[in-house]
Unconditional design. Structure first.
Length: 118
């Protein structure tokens, strides 16, 4: 029933109201001193040397994306493992199809050489 969600909606409104009110008052009441030290970039106490836009190998990002992709797909196996007995043969067949798809994707990645570093 819609009335059951009223406490959740009320809690969300209070939380958002608190955040907005706190941000508003800290912005209006806080000190506003602009100095050169505050306007310079801070890199963990190290002076900035050179341009931050140096090219980085795409392999680094590719490995990171592949890790996230396979990690998220493995998360889908947890509910299956919890409900293994209730799902029966149909659940087993569906998981085999899912695992075969994962394996095909992994074989494709290896064939393309995405995990090989130069």
């Amino acid at each position: 029933m819609p009335g059951d969600y009223l406490p959740i909606i009320l809690q969300m409104l209070v939380a958002v109201g608190f955040v907005v009110t706190t941000m508003f008052f800290t912005h209006k009441l806080g000190p506003k001193r602009v100095t050169n030290d505050k306007l310079t970039p801070f890199e963990s106490g190290i002076e900035v040397i050179g341009n931050a836009r140096t090219p980085i190998s795409i392999k680094y990002f590719l490995v990171a994306i592949l890790f996230v992709l396979f990690d998220v797909e493995v998360i889908f196996m947890y509910p299956w493992a919890v409900n293994f007995k209730e799902m029966g043969k149909d659940g087993m067949i569906e998981m085999f199809i899912f695992m075969a798809t994962l394996l095909l994707g992994f074989i494709y990645i290896i064939k393309k050489g995405a995990l090989e570093w130069e």
